[in-house]
Design a protein around this ligand. Structure first.
Ligand code: 6PG
Length: 281
């Protein structure tokens, strides 16, 4: 499948290729459906610093591999505090000179509807941490329009995805890597428990309200997230140990993070020792 995508030289929805080949692929997490049950890859580090190093290594390796084989790299970042340590590493040697910045296209999984200079802005934080020093061509950095009216901002970002990935009607983008975090309540991106956004099947980006800070937000939807080639959860701290155990070791209990499962890609958990402390296997 990857070969076909590389041959065509464009980054588009896997649904298109599945339809082309007459395949019908459902979520690979369906135990007992006759499909292979894929375990996530779980990498546990001794400290948040070591976890950040693993994240930066993964980021660099994936970016180089994608650019070498296809000429570009599409990544989506999350907000929150956990990824910041990794983001700051990316701009330091030896990562800085290893990363193919010129071929990178950076998007955000979610954003708080605030100005980019607001301390709550996910883009603003990443901008401070590495984007402002990274030689990424300006047109390849895609902040979510947090300053717009939320519904309008969601539409605008969807349009950005459609044109950046050259999508046709009904197609969803395929990111090379999507980085996610998890809240102690099981939210991920800005997909919060019991919200309608969890059931979205058509829109790529929706406006929601909630979280901490409790503000309007924009978030990518599950069909976009689950279409990625690799989803990487980056989770640190004892306060996340309970939810990490529940997500990794229990079946779907309705928490947003339970619903994250790449249709055709790889799921990787980067945990520090505290976040992994309640795992039993
Ligand atoms: C956001 C997020 C959110 C975050 C988790 C974990 O904008 O808030 O993208 O899903 O990843 O809340 O946040 P921490 O890393 O701060 O624990």
């Amino acid at each position: 499948m990857l070969f076909v995508k590389e041959l065509l030289g464009r980054h588009t929805s896997r649904n298109f290729f599945r339809n082309l080949l007459g395949l019908r692929v459902q979520g690979a997490r369906q135990k007992g459906s006759g499909m292979k049950y894929r375990e996530p890859r779980i990498l546990i580090s001794g400290s948040p610093e070591k976890m950040a190093l693993k994240g930066a290594n993964l980021f660099t390796d994936r970016a180089r591999a994608c650019v070498n084989t296809r000429g570009n790299f599409f990544v989506a970042l999350s907000g929150g505090s956990t990824p910041r340590r990794m983001h700051r590493l990316l701009i330091q040697e030896s990562y800085r000179s290893e990363i193919p910045w010129g071929q990178m296209h950076v998007f955000w999984v979610d954003e708080r509807c605030v100005r980019s200079n607001d301390p709550a802005s996910n883009f603003g934080a990443a901008e401070t941490d590495f984007i402002h020093q990274a030689p990424i061509p300006a047109g390849q950095v895609h902040p979510m329009p947090g300053e717009m009216a939320p519904e309008l901002g969601a539409l605008k970002y969807q349009e950005d995805l459609v044109s950046s990935f050259q999508l046709r009607e009904g197609e969803f983008p395929v990111f090379d890597v999507i980085f996610l975090g998890v809240g102690a309540d099981g939210h991920t991106a800005s997909l919060f428990p019991r919200q309608n956004a969890l059931n979205e099947t058509e829109k790529m980006v929706v406006a929601v309200k909630g979280g901490d800070p409790d503000v309007s937000r924009l978030t990518m939807t599950l069909p976009v997230i689950n279409n990625a080639m690799e989803i990487v959860f980056l989770v640190s701290g004892k306060e996340k140990a309970g939810v990490v155990k529940s997500i990794i070791e229990s079946g779907d209990q309705g928490l947003p993070a339970h619903k994250v499962w790449p249709v055709n890609g790889v799921l990787t958990w980067l945990l520090d020792r505290d976040a992994a402390s309640l795992l039993t296997r």
